[in-house]
Design a protein around this ligand. Structure first.
Ligand SMILES: [Mn+2]
Length: 343
């Protein structure tokens, strides 16, 4: 994989894959965690790293700040999940804590104070652009398509051959973060890894169905209502799908089911930036933002205290739906509309 490995915080500078491999190998017990509301990449990377470390005889436990969405439950249930109440005791015996798919410990929310109360060394494995200094050794490679891809490369460096369990975890990471091989982070390496996994016997089409075919009649009705309320701003280059909490509750749809509403409007022929704006129980508005190609939406989201990837980011904005949308449109108007692209 091309791309530098950047150091963060107080860890040794510039850890190489083999440095990080040696750190993992030196541990007898490792605790894995990831960001709140874990996604397919976080859980997929945990599945792969857990399987790889166990093959080396390392004891692995997983403690996440919250459960993943129901469509990932079949994978999550295979992890050695530890109740949060038991984490302090486990930390007294653990040798290393590894946070996957996040590079700020605050992303572990309720887990963070438990870690802060312990002296266990920490490791970060992630591919989000660096934003802060964080405690611990950090393997942060923004050019990696997914955190699972980075774990795959790390395990290969450590001499752990890819088995079907590792393959499934990494594959779920890849399809989650590349939008099923559609986004611009779908590198040749991503396809080569997928080919390796299919040869191992991975059934990609079955995983796809389990991950994506989660729609209920209620969700379809909500999607229909929201699609009728889609807004076009800045000469049609910013498209927003508002999701009111009233409609979501009236139709009985769970918050986690809104994750792909933004993908529906990204299918539009025109537009540069696409956002779903969903009302939270506390009245704030959660923006999930995608860029077609030319706009860095992580910068747009950072202006509101959020962040993420250049082409897929999120933020929570204060105010009513209308106020939040106005604030977002105003912010986006500094970069949109873009001039037409030369053919
Ligand atoms: Mn990721």
């Amino acid at each position: 994989m091309a791309g530098a490995i950047h150091p963060v915080g107080t860890g040794p500078s510039m850890p190489s894959l083999s440095d990080v491999g040696a750190l993992l190998r030196s541990a007898k017990t490792v605790v894995l965690t990831t960001h709140v509301n874990p996604d397919g990449d976080g859980i997929g990377a945990q599945i792969a790293l857990c399987a790889g470390l166990r093959r080396l005889g390392i004891k692995v436990l997983v403690c996440n700040p919250s459960a993943g969405p129901r469509r990932l439950r079949f994978l999550e249930n295979r992890l050695p999940l530890l109740p949060q109440a038991e984490l302090p005791k486990v930390l007294t015996e653990a040798d290393l804590v590894v946070m996957l798919d996040a590079n700020e410990w605050s992303r572990t929310t309720v887990i963070e104070p438990l870690l802060d109360a312990s002296t266990v060394p920490r490791l970060i494995i992630d591919h989000h652009p660096l934003v802060t200094t964080a405690v611990g050794v950090a393997l942060v490679v923004p050019t990696a398509a997914s955190t699972g891809s980075l774990v795959h490369e790390l395990l290969t460096t450590m001499g752990v051959a890819t088995d079907l369990e590792i393959a499934q975890g990494v594959y779920v990471s890849i399809v989650s973060d590349t939008g099923n091989f559609r986004f611009s982070n779908t590198t040749p390496d991503v396809h080569l890894a997928a080919a390796e996994f299919l040869r191992l016997g991975l059934r990609g089409h079955e995983l796809y169905d389990r991950l994506h075919n989660d729609r209920t009649p209620q969700k379809l009705r909500l999607l229909g209502e929201c699609l009728q309320a889609v807004q076009y701003h800045l000469e049609g280059q910013l498209v927003i799908i508002p999701i009111t909490i009233e409609a979501r509750k009236r139709l009985g749809v769970r918050p986690e089911e809104l994750h792909d509403f933004v993908d529906e409007i990204r299918l539009l022929e025109e537009g540069e930036v696409f956002a779903s704006a969903s009302e939270l129980p506390d009245g704030r508005i959660r923006f999930s933002v995608r860029s077609r190609d030319r706009v860095d939406v992580s910068a747009l989201c950072r202006a509101f205290g959020g962040g993420g990837h250049v082409k897929a980011s999120g933020a929570i904005i204060e105010g009513t739906m209308q106020q939040a949308i106005e604030a977002f449109v105003t912010s986006a108007s500094t970069v949109l509309p873009l001039p037409p692209q030369s053919p």
